[in-house]
Design a protein around this ligand. Sequence first.
Ligand code: AHG
Ligand code: MN
Ligand code: MN
Ligand code: MN
Length: 337
Amino acid sequence: MQDGRTTLTQFIIEEQRHVAGATGDFTGLLNDVATACKVISNAVSKGALIGVLGSAGEENVQGEVQKKLDIISNDVMIKSNEWAGHLAGMASEEMEDIYPIAGTNVRGKYLLVFDPLDGSSNIDVNITVGTIFSILRSPNPGVDATLEDFLQPGSQQVCAGFALYGPSTLLIITTGHGVNGFTLDREVGEFILTHPDMRIPEDTQEFAINASNERFWEWPVKRYVDECMAGKIGPRGKDFNMRWIASMVAEAYRILTRGGVFMYPKDTKDPSKPGRLRLLYEANPVGFIIEQAGGKCTTGLQRMLDVQPTSLHQRVPLIFGSKNEVERIERYHTELR
Ligand code: AHG
Ligand code: MN
Ligand code: MN
Ligand code: MN
């Protein structure tokens, strides 16, 4: 680009050289995802002006009442990605089953899994939300994907990213060679590289957890949070700050920029659920990004990217952030054994 700025397109072409076996397919796919994020950003920013706030009145497979923008964002991701021939199938938080590539559309070699709108309980109160996506290789390129094709551990991801619809619209991506952040320049409609090679500080004094669930936490998490709350006079000997935005992508971006720890642990609130967040389209893509920026992502007992998925909407305990703090929480979990 003339003014010396690097656009996402230029960056992807460079990155594609790192992605084994990637052809123009990968560039095209990532561009189509970025286009979808621009369209979603536009709808989110217009909000009440175009009547997209509020609930759609339907319940999704998660048992959540869907927001209108959950459905709109899901449709945008589908329409932007189903036609170009890069994909063998898609899956989303908002769809119970996998989404086959329709009709005469060519089947490609990638699988796209996404959370079209993360933090959507915040949309009506104008707090930052985002879109999370994960790209896997289809085990059977060129033919319709099956549900089993999606059940790959996070270590198999080719690319992961999230868009952040906040004061700025950002796109944070990794293809396994570090993490890079782009800011949408609305005047030219391009994502511009503004945060090259993002790194998470290994230490932090800031943690994020929904403290209203304290009575349901397991001992290792309770011990860790109690020590943080005890501050300087406690065993940690330093004061901590707490944040909880209820948009995991916003917490992830804060942690990418200044360190921190995010915890949505397994709790006894609903024994049928091993945590609230979903493995395939929340924990794995964010975990890939966090690890690539020098942080750690775990269930407390296992590296997130090693977890073998058993179902599309599987939930996991999710802990990620600054390496030394996440390792401390892991130690507390193993001491539990
Ligand atoms: P989603 O909006 O995609 O369903 O995800 C919301 C998730 C995550 O973004 C956030 O950290 C968490 O739910 C908030 O949970 P609580 O409302 O229980 O705090
Ligand atoms: Mn939801
Ligand atoms: Mn989500
Ligand atoms: Mn969602």
